[in-house]
Design a protein around this ligand. Sequence first.
Ligand code: PSU
Length: 308
Amino acid sequence: MVIHRMSESDLIILSDEVAAAKADGKPLVALETTIVTHGMPYPDNIATARAVEDIVRANGAVPATIAIMDGKIRVGLTADELERLASLKDVMKVSRADLAFALSTGRPGATTVAATMITAHLAGVRVFATGGIGGVHRGAETTYDVSADLYEFAKTPVTVVCAGAKALLDIPKTLEVLETLGVPVVTVGQDELPAFWSRQSGLPTPLRLDAPREIAAFIAKRAEIGLEGGMLVANPVPLADEIPAEEMRGYIDTAIADADRDGIRAKQVTPYVLGRMLELTAGRSLVTNIALVKNNAKLAAEIAAALV
Ligand code: PSU
C-alpha cells in the first residue's frame, strides 16, 4: 500500500480528520461527490452529504468525502469546501478516463464510483458508501453505453456499499458483466438483488451475507489470496423508504423515453434520468435516494470497523 505524505504540495491532500484517523488506525469510509453535484438538487445534496458523514461517525468510522479541487485529490472536505463544490458551475463528473485531466487542468471534479474507488485506494481507504453504481444502460446492444464503474471493480480493491445498480439500468446485463469480470456481488439480508429505489429486482443475488463481520471476513480472505479488484455490497433500501418495483417501472420507462427524445447521451443520461424521476414521482425518488444512501453509510461504517 502506498502511503502518501500529507503536505500541501502533494497530489493527495487529506483533511485533518482523515489524517488523524489514518495515523490512529481508525476505520475510514470513502464518500463520493458526483451524487452531490450531479445526483441530487441543492440544498438536499449538501444536507445529505453532511448527514451521511455524521452517520459514518456515529457508527464508529471516519468519513472521507472525495473531490478534485485546485489540481489536488482532496480526501475529506470541510463544510465550506463541500458548499463551494456544490455551487461551482461546470464541475466535471470525473471517472477513470478524466481523473488526471481534471488534475492537470485544475478543473474542479466530482468523483463517480470509479474515480472514488481509485482515489480512495490511493489514500488507503478500503470501504466506500454510495447510492447506486453505474452499469449497463438499457439499449446498450446498440449504444454500447456501459459505465466505467463496472470495470473499476475488476481492478481496484475497494468495497462499495450501494443499494444495487440504479433501476434505470439493464440490471441483468449489469450482473452479467460483473460476473464476467470476476466481481463478487453480495446482497445483505435477502436472497434477491435490490434495485436501488426498490427492494426487489426479480433477480437472485449471486452471494448473500447478513452481518458486517462476515462481509469483512470475505474482504480479508480475498486480500489474503491476492485477488485483485473490489466488490459490491448490495444493501436493500429499508422497507419503510422503498418505492415498490412495479410502481417504479412506469416512471423509469417514461424517464428513459424522455432522455431518448431529448437526445441525452453518455455521462448525461444518469443525471437526466434521476432529475426526471424526481419530477415524475413528485419528489419521492429523492426521499428514497437519501434514505438508501444513509442506510449504506451505516453499513459501510460497520464493515470498515469490522475490518480494522
Ligand atoms: N448514487 C446515487 N446517485 C448518483 C450516483 C450514485 O444515489 O448520482 C452516481 C455515482 O457517482 C455513479 C454515477 O458512479 O452516478 C453513475 O453514472 P454513469 O451511469 O454515467 O456511469
